[in-house]
Ligand binder design. Structure first.
Ligand code: UT7
Length: 320
């Protein structure tokens, strides 16, 4: 027995910010951003927020699965940019869905969060602790970015993606997840304020700071390595895989993974040119777009992979 994805959805903010728009606020240009990352524009929240986008994506995924909100008994939201520290985002989604029975919590593994959350939800289903789960990645990265830092502000975007999973004979085959806390400084954001008793302590990293080249090197090594481990553990050949749906951080990372694996780029769908890096939301947004475009056929073998702050990584193999 395993679990499988039975519905997908996504929601992105209305406001589109192009590379040219950014060149008016920091010293950058479309040529640099496009050639170094592949990003052309991103969606940025104005009226929307993390829980609203998570709810909208969840509603779509439930409709797509033809499942009622009240039938969901587990909601996990992968996010590092919740609207409130508490209540957690999953509880906010539960309230908006008017669901009364789900267990709800958030999970923070940055850009790997969606893969981590899927793995946890899958484990709940296999352990018979849940029957139908909503797994959502939702982020407002725009709120933790220094909009004066051209090295980071051009990279990220906001959005949410969601899936519904339930018990099944076929679906998730295997997952490889890992973390390396010794490299935590490579992408860091403090976020919290000080307590009265600490006095005035200056925040070292009030906004997202990143050693881009270190993260780049980590990603192009770790992602192919985890895919190799996954295929070996599940006795699957690399050419059996129909799609490699990778976290949408940088087109150069994706093409480097494709080269290292010796797999053509046609098997690596990309939508980062429209949305930038939406952290935990990038994999489920892309999955939903592919599902709605009819690109995913029953029986397709799909690898999904995330990597990012922590450092963390996670890669799953599933049958559609
Ligand atoms: O989801 C979390 C995971 N994060 C990632 O996967 C990010 C991984 N890293 C990357 O994608 C790339 O390292 C970046 C896109 C962040 C940067 O690309 P890079 O080729 O490593 O560039 P760089 O940081 O070495 O910077 C090259 C030059 C520098 O100027 P000098 O020192 O050569 O004069 C930067 O100051 O480009 C400059 N630069 C910019 N120029 C115009 C940095 N940002 C910009 C910018 N516009 N936005």
């Amino acid at each position: 027995m395993t679990s499988r994805i039975v519905g997908t959805g996504h929601c992105v903010p209305e406001t589109v910010i192009t590379n040219d728009d950014l060149s008016k606020i920091v010293d950058t240009n479309d040529e640099w951003i496009s050639s170094r990352t592949g990003i052309k524009s991103r969606r940025i929240v104005k009226e929307e927020n993390t829980s609203y986008m998570a709810y909208m994506a969840a509603k779509q995924a439930l409709d797509n699965a033809n499942i009622l909100p009240e039938d969901i008994d587990l909601i996990i939201v992968a996010t590092s940019t919740p609207d409130t520290i508490f209540p957690n985002t999953a509880c906010c989604v539960q309230g908006l869905l008017n669901n009364k029975k789900a267990v709800c919590f958030d999970l923070n593994a940055a850009c790997s969060g969606f893969i981590y959350a899927l793995n946890v939800a899958h484990s709940h289903i296999v352990a018979k602790m849940a029957k139908k789960a909503l797994v959502i990645g939702s982020e407002c990265m725009s709120k933790v970015i220094n909009w004066k830092d051209r090295g980071t502000c051009v990279l990220f975007g906001d959005g949410a993606g969601a899936v519904v999973i339930e018990e099944s004979k076929e679906g998730f085959i295997h997952t490889v997840v890992g973390s390396d806390g010794s490299k935590g400084e490579a992408i860091i954001c403090d976020g919290h304020s000080n307590s009265y008793f600490e006095g005035e302590k200056e925040k070292k990293h009030p906004f997202t700071e990143m050693n881009g080249q270190e993260v780049f090197r980590f990603a192009v090594k770790k992602v192919p390595e985890s895919i190799g481990q996954l295929l070996e553990k599940s006795n699957t050949l690399i050419e059996e895989i129909d799609w490699y749906i990778l976290h949408q951080a940088n087109e150069r990372i994706i093409s480097s993974v494709s080269k290292r694996l010796g797999v053509p780029m046609e098997k690596f769908p990309i939508n980062l040119e429209q949305y930038g890096n939406t952290s935990a939301a990038s994999v489920p947004i892309l999955l939903d777009e592919m599902n709605r475009n009819g690109m995913l056929k029953k029986g397709d073998k799909i690898v999904i992979s995330g990597f990012g702050a922590g450092l963390t990584w996670g890669t799953s193999l599933l049958i559609w």
